[in-house]
Design a protein around this ligand. Structure first.
Ligand code: 15L
Length: 265
């Protein structure tokens, strides 16, 4: 039975996946800076600060595969992003190498490519166009994954997650929504598929308005079940509550693009 480590256990995605993963991976080790308040006696938890290599190395001992959701998950100050995502990302890959971990699923983000305009459909070969310091840290994480796959033989899958949740929250999210069960499928591909070397996949459900060509994920067996259009009315109703954002509406990354923006469209 493989031992799977999931970092970021207290984050939005980690909180949801903590409940969904145990039937698939019963030997699940959870980690974050502090234990979740509702940690049950059935769960195994070890605290670690990603910016401390020694702590991350201790965490990786005896682990076969990692799902890395830890770190900063939105735009932040340079120092926060530097500690949690740049240094933390390096520590995670390096600790995994030192401890002989075989596979890593890295939670990348749509914000690694957020400055592509919405009228352009992109695949997983496009060059990065990060839309902030957070997006840059995700590009860095993908680059680390590529390096550790090519140089050290780790099997690495980067998932450019759109917007994870039970339903799409607004018009933009109709294009990038990711249902929890579909993320589980992508994680399983990364942790189990025999053909993985280094992959970049899009974390998106069955979204008719998708801006991403996710053929590679489908080739690896991905069969999403979440249909964004089933929630169209809800998403459009929520959209009316948001302030106008012409810059954000032009780019795939939305408000991550319009924040601090003084460029050209
Ligand atoms: C992300 O990468 C964030 O982690 C999440 O909080 C959302 O903002 C999401 O992107 C999004 O683009 O909607």
């Amino acid at each position: 039975m493989p031992r799977i480590l999931m970092t970021g256990a207290c984050g939005g995605i980690g909180t949801s996946l903590r409940k969904l993963l145990p039937p698939i991976y019963p030997d699940l080790l959870l980690s974050d800076l502090k234990a979740p308040a509702d940690l049950s006696s059935q769960e195994t938890f070890k605290a670690a600060d990603l910016s401390d290599l020694g702590q991350v190395e201790a965490l990786c001992e005896g682990v076969d595969g990692i799902i890395h959701f830890g770190g900063y998950s939105v735009e932040g100050s340079w120092n926060d992003i530097l500690q949690a995502n740049i240094i933390g990302g390096y520590n995670l890959f390096e600790a995994a190498r030192r401890q002989g971990v075989k596979r890593i699923v890295f939670a990348s983000s749509n914000h690694a490519v957020g400055f592509y305009p919405r009228h352009r459909k992109i695949d997983n070969d496009v060059q990065p166009r990060p839309d902030g310091r957070y997006g840059v840290s995700k590009v860095f994480g993908e680059a680390l994954g590529s390096l550790y796959a090519d140089k050290h033989g780790l099997k690495v899958t980067c998932i450019r997650i759109g917007n994870f949740g039970d339903k799409p929250l607004d018009r933009r999210r109709l294009s990038i929504w990711l249902k929890p069960d579909d993320l589980i499928q992508l994680c399983r591909i990364g942790l189990e598929h025999p053909d993985i070397h280094f992959e970049v996949l899009y974390g998106a459900s069955l979204n008719e308005r998708a801006w991403w060509d996710n053929q590679r994920a489908y080739d690896l067996g991905y069969r999403p079940t979440g249909r964004a259009e089933d929630f169209r009315e809800h998403a459009f109703a929520e959209q009316t509550k948001l302030p106008a954002d012409p810059i954000g509406d032009y780019f795939q990354g939305g408000a991550f693009c319009s924040t601090e923006f003084d460029g050209d469209t």
